[in-house]
Design a protein around this ligand. Structure first.
Ligand SMILES: CC(C)(COP(=O)(O)OP(=O)(O)OC[C@H]1O[C@@H](n2cnc3c(N)ncnc32)[C@H](O)[C@@H]1OP(=O)(O)O)[C@@H](O)C(=O)NCCC(=O)NCCS
Length: 170
C-alpha cells in the first residue's frame, strides 16, 4: 500500500539531488529568479531584490497551507532550480537558463512523478503560457494531457497572459 505520510526529504537521480529548501537557497535562487529570460512565463515579474526571493524561499520552507511537496534541485552541489508542488496538486518549476536543454528538468520531473506515485497517487496539474514551448514539451514528454484553455488568466507586469491547463493522473 502506498503511504501518505512522512514524504522523503531527498530524491536522487543520476545527476541531480532534489531536497527541501533552506534559507540559504535564496541567494542562488535569486540569481535565477531575477533573470527576465527565466521569468518570461512565470506568474510574477522577475524578482527585483533578494528580499523577494527570501520571501519566496521562506514560503517554500513554511507554506501557509497543508499539502506542499516542493524541492530545490542541485546538480554537482550547485542550486540549479526548483521543482515540485508548493500547493498540491499544482506543479511548478524553474531552472537556471545556463542549464537549459540538458535534460535536467526532465530528469527532475521524472523523479518527482515517481515520488508522488509512491505517496499515493491522485493527480498533478500544471498551467502553462501557450507560448512556453519548453514547458509544454516537458509536460507532454511526461504524459500530461491538456485539460483546458483560458485567455487573460494572469496579469503580469501589465501584460495579460493566457493559460493551457494540464493534468497527469498518477
Ligand atoms: C521549462 C524549463 C524548466 C525546461 O528546462 P530544461 O532543463 O531546459 O528542460 P529539458 O532539457 O529537460 O527539456 C525538456 C523537453 O523540452 C524540450 N525543450 C527544451 N527547450 C525547448 C525549447 N526552447 N523549445 C521547445 N522545446 C524545448 C526538450 O527538447 C525536451 O523535450 P524532449 O524530451 O522531447 O527532447 C526551463 O526552460 C525553464 O526553467 N523555463 C523558465 C521557467 C518556466 O517557464 N517554468 C514553467 C512555468 S509553467
Amino acid at each position: 500500500m502506498p503511504s501518505t505520510s512522512n514524504p522523503p526529504e531527498l530524491l536522487r537521480t543520476e545527476r541531480l539531488l532534489l531536497r527541501r529548501a533552506r534559507p540559504e537557497d535564496a541567494l542562488p535562487l535569486h540569481g535565477i529568479m531575477r533573470q527576465p529570460q527565466a521569468m518570461r512565463y512565470w506568474s510574477t515579474v522577475p524578482h527585483p531584490d533578494l528580499a523577494t526571493t527570501q520571501a519566496f524561499v521562506a514560503s517554500m520552507i513554511n507554506p501557509p497551507h497543508e499539502g506542499s511537496d516542493d524541492f530545490i534541485v542541485e546538480a554537482e552541489g550547485r542550486v540549479i532550480g526548483k521543482l515540485g508542488s508548493w500547493r498540491l496538486p499544482d506543479l511548478g518549476y524553474i531552472f537556471a537558463p545556463d542549464t537549459w536543454g540538458q535534460g535536467y528538468a526532465s530528469e527532475a520531473l521524472a523523479a518527482f512523478i515517481a515520488h508522488r506515485r509512491a505517496q499515493g497517487g491522485g493527480a498533478l496539474t500544471a498551467d502553462t503560457d501557450p507560448r512556453n514551448s519548453a514547458s509544454i514539451r516537458l509536460l507532454q514528454r511526461h504524459g500530461f494531457v491538456e485539460s483546458g484553455r483560458a485567455v487573460r488568466t494572469w496579469l503580469v507586469g501589465g501584460e495579460w497572459c493566457d493559460s493551457i491547463y494540464w493534468r497527469l493522473a498518477l
